[in-house]
Design a protein around this ligand. Structure first.
Ligand code: AOF
Ligand code: ZN
Length: 364
């Protein structure tokens, strides 16, 4: 049994926040637990953008009984009037006397002001309990609020020799059922899913979320410099989720209009001949897409990684060796080992006979 202490309540708050991943849009996931005289009197989670913040839900549950209580919050309480009034003020008004915070809110509108507001009123504030878990949980929010660029998770499933298909192009299935389930949870947790047009041509995927329970479909994003995408591709015609095609100014205007008529948003990113991936990320950020799951073929994965646009890499490995040249991540390659793209903060998970390795490309 875990012992009861500050960490006990904070990890509950983090667990609640974690369960809301994927449904808060550009907003962070936040959990709050209010404890008084050894008893939990309020629990709250920020569930949707525009909805109440975690502290508000928890304090509403406490129903006026929060004087002298401790509030555990996974993100610094806000100090600004956004879609809702400031949570710091609400904590003050309710008579909370101690606030334990896991991590600071990087939102420039908050960034320390929430904690300062509480301290000015004599509230005891501690910051940093389980900070690394809290930062990991909101890595997508943190990147987007600071840069207005989407957080990109590159996901691949490959054989042990790093192949995403056999030499004839056969790719079903590489990874096991457990790994494939996780991929659908990842789709639910990202606002966009991105592939190259070659994947659409080869597999005609739906790029929707299929879990044991209903999930959210991400925006479908296809990188297609010359608009080769067929009008009868599932991502164009099945109505499963909105679709964006990223192309260049040089692309065929007639095809672009036909795609637009089919309900697809076509965005020209640079003059060509290739899609300017930096411009593409800016354009998607402007549409409030704060996170993207990159399920590209080797070429798009390689181009995104080489451009420094990938924030997390998740590699699923199956215990198979197939040879051939269908690489997971393809780019011209570095000359020296010391120039390798290195992953930091490695997380390894064994999923039956598959292994999942995840990490963050080091910024040089
Ligand atoms: C908190 N508790 O539960 C959340 C916070 O548009 P709004 O009003 O929802 O404000 C969004 C901003 O508020 C978001 O960017 C982040 O800085 C903070 N989110 N703060 O105290 C919460 N969700
Ligand atoms: Zn708030």
């Amino acid at each position: 049994m875990d012992t009861m202490n500050d960490e006990f309540y904070m990890s509950l708050a983090l667990d609640m926040a974690q369960r809301a991943q994927g449904q808060t849009g550009i907003n962070p996931v936040v959990g709050c637990v209010v404890v008084k005289d050894g008893v939990m009197i309020g629990l709250g989670t920020h569930l949707q953008r525009g909805g109440g913040h975690a502290e508000v839900h928890a304090l509403n549950m406490a129903a006026g009984q929060a004087q002298g209580s401790t509030a555990y919050v996974t993100l610094e309480p806000c100090s600004h009037y956004g879609k809702t009034p400031p949570c710091s003020q609400r904590l003050i008004d309710e008579g909370v006397t101690r606030v334990v915070v896991a991590c600071e809110d990087p939102n420039p509108q908050v960034a320390g002001r929430g904690v300062a507001m509480l301290r000015e009123q004599g509230i005891e504030v501690e910051v940093g309990l389980l900070r690394s878990r809290a930062l990991r949980l909101n890595e997508r929010f943190i990147k987007y609020i600071l840069t207005k660029q989407p957080f990109v998770t590159l996901k691949t499933a490959s054989t042990l020799d790093g192949k995403i298909a056999t030499r004839t192009g056969d790719s079903k299935w590489i990874s096991n059922a457990e790994a494939r389930k996780i991929v659908h949870t990842l789709r639910h947790r990202h606002q966009g899913i991105m592939v190259g047009v070659n994947t659409v041509l080869a597999d005609n995927p739906t790029l929707t979320t299929r879990m044991d329970v209903p999930g959210l479909n991400p925006l479908r994003i296809v990188v297609d410099s010359t608009l080769r995408i067929p009008l009868d591709a599932k991502v164009v015609s099945d109505g499963g989720a909105p679709t964006v095609v990223l192309t260049t100014e040089a692309a065929d205007k007639v095809k672009a209009s036909a795609l637009a008529a089919a309900g697809v948003q076509v965005i020209a990113c640079g003059p060509g001949p290739r899609v300017d991936l930096h411009k593409a990320m800016t354009a998607l950020g402007e549409q409030e897409i704060s996170s993207i799951l990159l399920e590209g073929g080797g070429t798009l994965n390689g181009a995104m990684l080489e451009s420094g646009l990938v924030d997390r890499v998740i590699l699923f490995y199956a215990p198979k060796i197939v040879g051939g040249t269908a690489g997971t991540i393809t780019f011209p390659g570095v000359e020296r080992m010391r120039d390798a793209i290195t992953l930091e903060g490695l997380e390894v998970e064994v999923l039956g006979d598959n292994v999942c390795i995840s990490g963050t490309p080091a910024r040089k």
